[in-house]
Design a binder for this molecule. Sequence first.
Ligand code: SF4
Ligand code: SF4
Length: 363
Amino acid sequence: MTIESGTTRTSEHPSQAEERQGFEEIDILWISEGMSCDGDTVSMTASSQPAIEDLVLGLIPGLPKVNLHNKVLSPTSGGEEFLAPFRKAAAGEAGNPFILVVEGSIPNQNIIEGDGYWTSFGNDEEMGEPLTLNWWLDNLAHRAWAVVAAGTCATYGGIHAMAGNPTGCMGLADYLGWDFRSQGALPIVNVPGCPIQPENFMETLTWVLYHAAGAAPPPPLDRMLRPQWLFGKTVHEGCDRAAYYEQGDFAKDYNSPKCQVKVGCWGPVVNCNVPKRGWMSGVGGCPNVGGICIGCTMPGFPDAFMPFMDEPTGGSLSSILIRPYGAFIRRLRGITNIAVNQEPKWHHNRPELTSGYAPRWRP
Ligand code: SF4
Ligand code: SF4
């Protein structure tokens, strides 16, 4: 079963992108000062198709020259030197068009009584007070050629936005509005995952950059603004344990190679390609290698999936229903398996040929 989701047809909106010839140089302003662990930045460095180095060094044909400003990977000495392009862009003085990448969820500053801030990025140059992430978003997002949310916290709020949190934090589309359009007439591009699967993110960024180069249409997004080609299928549809599920053969503990739905796997209802794709170069993953899917890419994560190690309610019903069919089919397949696990009787070394070879019809 594929979970259907609508398409946001970006071409319906008047697009500067369609009128221009493409940019030759572009900045990526990456802010991970949301409620964030920087895990998406770290994860992104594990991509090899393409690698961030390939992007920055201009090794991918047809892309604009990319200037990456990410604090973990910055060659600057930090501080004001690192902040300079962000300050310029926020003042409307950016030298190049830029893509704003946001990592981490967006706290609600409006619930703070009096002074204070949940999270900040640099200080106000005159007042010396911390500049909140919210201030940066208010000053950068509408100036950005494209806005990309990296990770489930930035896309949908994520773990930091779980029930009981004190910051009232949220995803970028909750903050900017789901109908937000960037200077490039693009909606927010959401790449969820906790963390992002490395190549999922780099592929999406590369698509956006090809679009910026005038060489590709906008990336196709679903109604939750996810790239369709990455999040259009469920974990279950790409899990190599699904044959166990279909045969009603379920793991009873975490050491089993069988389907893990009864020990907490949410794969059948989660949009994610990780078991199909692997984590790094096809190695690793989640349920395919023994870790239950906890739905970390989903807008309802984590509250809708907790407690993680309990059997999902729907999983209980479907696994009960499939049991009689699965047991019957498994038995039949077992019988056939024994039959096809034997060589034919004419494979022998005796002095007569018993293969049925009959050359008499030949002229
Ligand atoms: S382990 Fe999870 S994703 Fe894999 S087949 Fe079982 S329920 Fe589906
Ligand atoms: S398979 Fe599940 S737990 Fe693993 S990355 Fe995808 S959504 Fe997250």
